[in-house]
Write a protein that binds this ligand. Structure first.
Ligand SMILES: Nc1ncnc2c1ncn2[C@@H]1O[C@H](COP(=O)(O)OP(=O)(O)OP(=O)(O)O)[C@@H](O)[C@H]1O
Ligand SMILES: [Mg+2]
Length: 447
């Protein structure tokens, strides 16, 4: 461009070759006029050149500025993209936290519109979910009126923890919800809504209730233990005097049978009291070596008045060798007595009661396993299949006068002696209870 401009200047000066000769005055006048024009022209050219140069430099500056601005724009664009990405990540992060929180979170604006409702809150309240990254959720109030009032009224009665507890039914299930609200402020400190935390405390409440009931029951249990001890003493005396009377009276007379009935009745009452005591306050066993055969004989002689009264044929097959187990004598007596009593009750008149013990052999090599088995069998009413799974539950009974504690106590005692109890029964045929124990001194070598 510079070259072109200087070329133009030279070209116009060369045109001076056509200027007329300076000898004539007309020519002189013409010459001086031409010189003036040329001067002006030259000046114009110089001005043009100056302006063009300054334009050129302005253009250069403008170009540089444009380049700088486009660089700045690019940096800003990058920053904007990064900040948009970071905001999206933060929103996703917040959404994931809200989705996985174990409690419900709900945000209401100052007009009571739900602006956020996480999945747990939606499930607990039966309200639609509102995600945090929805730019402007559709204005919507809490649908349930009672809940809406609770959320909008910060003065509802609060529990000890500062939470408001409300009963709410969802899908036909009653739940107890604990709500706590915190005001939300924007960066300028203006109130923009309320954040509500919702917890399902149904189970906690049920446990608290259970705990209270447990405390009441335990207090009643303590009272029952005291009462049982009070009852036991006169019962022992009644039984003693009835047996003295029975011995004095001539056999097979009505008075002798009445005395025998008093004795049987007081024994049965005594056993109920013992089961109650054991159930309310299970004793820690005092272990010694106990001969199971001896206990079986004692129980049979104890039950003799009632077995003979009901015409029950008693068979005893005590076949176990060294029938000594490590156990608590009194507890084992209670266990066998409860089982024999059940058998006797299942045979209102006539039947067979068979008590058996035998050594158990190892399934691996058919040798002695160091364990023995005691079975109590009867030919009584049997147990209905639908009841078999419940007989060991406390208070389950099909007897009009039963307390339903006998087998529950048996189960406890068997467990305390590391035994295993099984039952087989057929309605109208009979029942057999079998208990396996480890014998003393015959614990098989673990190797
Ligand atoms: N040998 C048995 N033959 C038939 N039913 C039996 C026998 N043993 C137990 N049962 C059934 O199991 C139930 C529970 O027995 P459990 O000894 O716990 O209570 P109970 O005998 O009814 O009352 P109690 O507390 O006076 O013993 C009985 O009511 C009865 O239905
Ligand atoms: Mg019983």
């Amino acid at each position: 461009m510079d070259e072109m401009r200087s070329g133009a200047t030279t070209g116009s000066l060369a045109a001076g070759g056509n200027v007329p000769a300076a000898s004539s005055p007309q020519v002189q006048a013409q010459t001086s006029a031409s010189a003036g024009e040329a001067g002006l022209l030259l000046e114009a050219f110089e001005t043009f050149t100056r302006v063009s140069t300054s334009l050129e430099s302005a253009f250069e500056q403008l170009k540089e500025r444009a380049e700088r601005l486009s660089e700045e724009l690019e940096v800003r664009n990058r920053q904007l993209k990064r900040s948009l990405r970071e905001r999206a990540e933060a929103r996703n992060y917040l959404r994931r936290i809200l989705e996985h929180l174990p409690c419900g979170v709900m945000v209401l604006d100052t007009r009571g519109n739900v602006t956020l409702c996480n999945p747990v809150a939606a499930a607990l309240l039966g309200e639609p979910e509102v995600r945090p990254n929805r730019a402007r959720p559709r204005a919507r109030h809490v649908r349930n009126r009672t809940l809406r009032e609770c959320f909008m009224n910060p003065h509802s009665p609060a529990g000890a923890s500062g939470e408001t507890e409300i009963a709410h039914e969802i899908h036909g299930q009653k739940r107890i919800l604990a709500l706590s609200g915190t005001p939300l402020m924007d960066s300028a400190g203006s109130h923009i809504g309320t954040l509500h935390i919702i917890r399902d405390v149904t189970q906690i409440k049920a446990l608290e209730e259970q705990n209270k009931r447990g405390e009441r029951l335990s207090a009643m249990g303590e009272m029952a233990v005291e009462l049982a001890h009070e009852i036991r003493n006169p019962l022992g005396s009644i039984e003693l005097f009835a047996s003295l009377l029975e011995n004095e009276l001539p056999r097979d007379t009505d008075p002798s049978r009445w005395a025998s009935n008093i004795r049987i009745g007081s024994r049965s009452l005594n056993n109920i009291v013992s089961n109650m005591l054991h159930f309310a306050n299970p004793l820690t066993p005092t272990f010694t070596g106990v001969d199971l055969h001896q206990i079986v004989r004692e129980i049979l002689s104890f039950m003799e008045p009632i077995t003979s009264q009901r015409d029950i044929q008693v068979q005893v097959h005590l076949e176990a060798t060294h029938p000594t187990i490590r156990g608590d004598r009194e507890l084992l007596k209670q266990m066998i007595l409860n089982l024999v009593q059940n058998s006797v009750q299942a045979m209102p008149s006539r039947g067979s009661l068979i008590l058996r013990t035998r050594d158990l052999t190892s399934r691996l090599d058919n040798t002695q396993s160091g364990r023995m088995e005691l079975s109590i069998e009867d030919t009584g009413l049997g147990i209905a299949p639908e009841n078999l799974g419940r007989i060991f539950d406390p208070f389950f009974t099909t007897n009009k006068n039963g307390s339903g504690l006998g087998l529950s106590v048996v189960h406890q005692i068997v467990e305390q002696h590391a035994g295993i109890i099984t039952v087989a029964s057929e309605v109208n045929k009979g029942t057999v209870f079998t208990i396996a124990f480890q014998k003393v001194g015959e614990i098989p070598n673990a190797a």
